[in-house]
Design a binder for this molecule. Structure first.
Ligand SMILES: Nc1ncnc2c1ncn2[C@@H]1O[C@H](COP(=O)(O)OP(=O)(O)OP(=O)(O)O)[C@@H](O)[C@H]1O
Length: 352
């Protein structure tokens, strides 16, 4: 790929190469600014390319927690490699080791690498954000929070490490409380950083998601987001009060690993909402996250949209296309493009 730095918009994913990634032995694609469609029949690797783009920029999959699952069967590891603006990103992952490089320089830590590209990913299965367990909502918060704040990832890791150690001690048949208490301090300190960042994120997301929701739903309902801290209002007090419960359950019962977010439409829990209302809500959350990141960094994140047009009628497809941030690069998978207005300017990648 030949890139001329002077002509590049620095906030674009220009090209992507994958090797031994899901169904691809090797594949290379180029993307344009604005609208990009990846078009092809089922099971031809559309989602795989979108997932690879997400992993290249964020080192995590939007679908699964274990990257080993995207290694092509019978292979040792995968490579994703691409240009974001003028920056060259490379990531190798195998079960034994990971290797990161930025502009051909191997990185010991992911910190600088993760400051390069920002992403909002949206798939039909995201309706689980409303319908599913708190786990999915925490993953969404973490995905946006690590992009919003470069220190968040470390706080989350510190918290998870302290939680794992504390839980391991609690599992013992006769828990030694002095040892367990030694993990309370790091658990509390990292947990409070995680909780504060999540609370701040919800506070900033609220007006943006509301605005997006009003735009899509035609101002019919009011959307409210509420952060529900798993450590209560006062995490140290909640943790201290939960000692007996923790001993009984043999695990830490309170803390950010139990955080949740409540969605309300006109003051009613979104669990009562219709499917259409729930889909609108999730879309508003994602567009809200995109606006929030755009405001914070003065450049829109890349939008990766997996087959979300398939279930909509023609009018709604057009409305959704219009609702996507104009300045963002958009990469969209779809099985066919018969519906795309002839005047729409888009770059098309065909698979199969
Ligand atoms: N680890 C893996 N190794 C090899 N093949 C895999 C792996 N994971 C998934 N696949 C295969 O990759 C193929 C492409 O899947 P993908 O989800 O990318 O297709 P798609 O074009 O998005 O399909 P759809 O339109 O049905 O969503 C599937 O046949 C799937 O079984």
């Amino acid at each position: 790929m030949d890139f001329q730095p002077s002509t590049l918009n620095s906030q674009l994913l220009r090209g992507l190469k994958v090797r031994h990634f899901r169904c691809f032995d090797a594949r290379e694609v180029e993307f344009a600014p604005g609208l990009n469609f990846i078009v092809g029949p089922n099971a031809h690797g559309k989602t795989s390319l979108l997932e690879a783009a997400c992993i290249l920029l964020r080192l995590q999959s939007p679908r699964i927690t274990r990257l080993a699952h995207v290694i092509q069967h019978e292979r040792r590891g995968f490579v994703v490699d691409g240009y974001f603006g003028v920056r060259h990103l490379q990531f190798y992952f195998s079960r034994e080791r990971k290797k990161l490089a930025l502009d051909e320089v191997e990185q010991k830590s992911a910190r600088e690498y993760l400051e390069i590209g920002r992403v909002v990913y949206f798939a039909n299965s995201d309706i689980e954000l409303v319908r599913g367990s708190g786990d999915g909502r925490r993953r969404f918060l973490d995905f946006v929070a690590t992009q919003r704040d470069g220190t968040y990832r470390q706080a989350l890791r510190d918290y998870e490490r302290a939680l794992r150690s504390r839980n391991l001690l609690l599992k013992s048949s006769s828990p030694r409380w002095r040892e367990i208490a030694a993990f309370d301090e790091p658990l509390l300190s990292a947990g409070q950083r995680v909780a504060a960042a999540r609370a701040k994120l919800i506070e900033e997301l609220q007006p943006e998601a509301e605005k997006a929701h009003r735009g899509i739903s035609g101002a019919r309902e009011q959307l409210q987001l509420e952060y529900v801290p798993g450590g209560g209002e006062d995490f140290p007090a909640t943790l201290a009060a939960a000692h007996n419960e923790d001993a009984r359950l043999r695990q830490t019962s309170a803390g950010p690993h139990r955080d949740d977010v409540r969605f309300m439409l006109n003051g009613q829990s979104s669990s009562f909402a219709s499917e259409g209302q729930q889909r609108t809500l999730v879309l508003a959350l994602k567009l809200g996250a995109a606006r929030l990141l755009e405001q914070r960094f003065e450049s829109a994140p890349v939008l990766l949209l997996d087959d979300i047009f398939g279930e909509l009628d023609l009018d709604r497809r057009a409305a959704l296309l219009a609702a996507l941030p104009a300045s963002a690069q958009k990469i969209i998978t779809t099985t066919h493009l018969d519906w795309l207005p002839a005047e729409a300017e888009a770059s098309i990648i065909r698979l199969g």
